[in-house]
Design a binder for this molecule. Structure first.
Ligand SMILES: Nc1ncnc2c1ncn2[C@@H]1O[C@H](COP(=O)(O)OP(=O)(O)OP(=O)(O)O)[C@@H](O)[C@H]1O
Ligand SMILES: [Mg+2]
Length: 257
């Protein structure tokens, strides 16, 4: 069983320290939710884990499958089984959803076996249609340029489509729920739940308890000022929804700026 172990992670963005010694362990099979006020470093954590070049790791370690992944390139982290669904997905004009996904799948296969000839087109088409049906996406999306002109909710759905085709071992979902309509939230959550098994773990970053009714977390964490300051079960998310963050700030006033 692999686990993602984050130890005392410090990350600078544009010269400012944003993550200030963050500790967290996510095992395969577990769903962890991360909540926290705007600007506390949730997306910074997500980007730093995937290796975004603007996020400068100044201290700490992140272990996954026996490797300190901070030494790996983003594509190597992806091949190892990590995945990030972006809070703000970027569009790639000129690259269709289908081409993008097939290229990503083939890159993964090649990394696992240099002799691999790539997924057969009919097999890929069948798989893509199956996953799109699961997410109730019109098949026409396969031929559109990635995220180009997609509505906010369509972009979030396209992120989950990527996740469903790449089948990562640990997925980070950065506010996948924001921008989704009520039906889409349920459909996307069902898509995530369909991947849930003993080999799939996720870090679900969210502001709202609602998505956690669908994707039931094993653990809920609260981030404040670049650290995880509270951890608990699903009841913690309900408490935050009711009471806000003031009590967390007061409780941790000695470590929070
Ligand atoms: N390029 C940058 N230059 C300066 N500050 C930055 C830059 N990028 C991020 N930051 C700062 O880092 C802090 C953490 O941002 P981050 O996006 O990680 O927060 P977040 O917890 O994801 O917030 P939200 O809930 O609003 O998504 C913020 O104060 C943000 O302004
Ligand atoms: Mg964010």
């Amino acid at each position: 069983m692999s686990e993602l172990v984050i130890k005392d992670l410090h990350v600078n963005v544009a010269g400012n320290e944003i993550l200030k010694g963050l500790n967290l362990t996510v095992r395969q099979g577990e769903i962890h939710a991360i909540m926290g006020p705007n600007g506390t470093g949730k997306s910074t954590l997500a980007y730093a884990l995937m290796g975004h070049p603007n996020y400068d790791v100044t201290g700490g370690e992140v272990w996954f499958k026996g490797e300190n992944i901070l030494e790996l390139e983003p594509d190597e982290r992806s091949h190892l089984g990590l995945f990030l669904a972006f809070q703000y997905p970027v569009s790639i004009p000129g690259v269709t959803v289908a081409n993008f996904l097939r290229t990503a799948i083939n890159a993964h296969r090649k990394a696992a076996d240099p002799e691999d000839k790539g997924i057969k087109i009919p097999q890929f088409r069948t798989m893509l249609k199956e996953r799109m049906d699961m997410l109730k996406m019109d098949h026409a999306f396969a031929g559109r340029y990635l995220n180009e002109g997609f509505s906010g909710g369509e972009k979030k759905r396209a992120e989950i489509l990527q996740m469903a085709t790449l089948q990562p071992e640990i997925a980070i979902l950065d506010e996948t729920d924001s921008g989704l309509d009520i039906d889409a939230l349920r459909i996307v959550s069902e898509g995530v739940n369909a991947l849930r098994n003993s080999e799939f773990g996720a870090l679900v970053i969210t502001h709202y308890q609602r998505i956690l009714n669908y994707i039931q977390p094993d653990y809920v964490h609260v981030m404040l000022d670049g650290r995880v300051v509270e951890s608990g079960g699903p009841e913690l998310a309900l408490q935050l929804e009711e009471q806000g963050y003031d009590w967390v700030r007061e409780k941790h006033s000695s470590v929070v700026a």
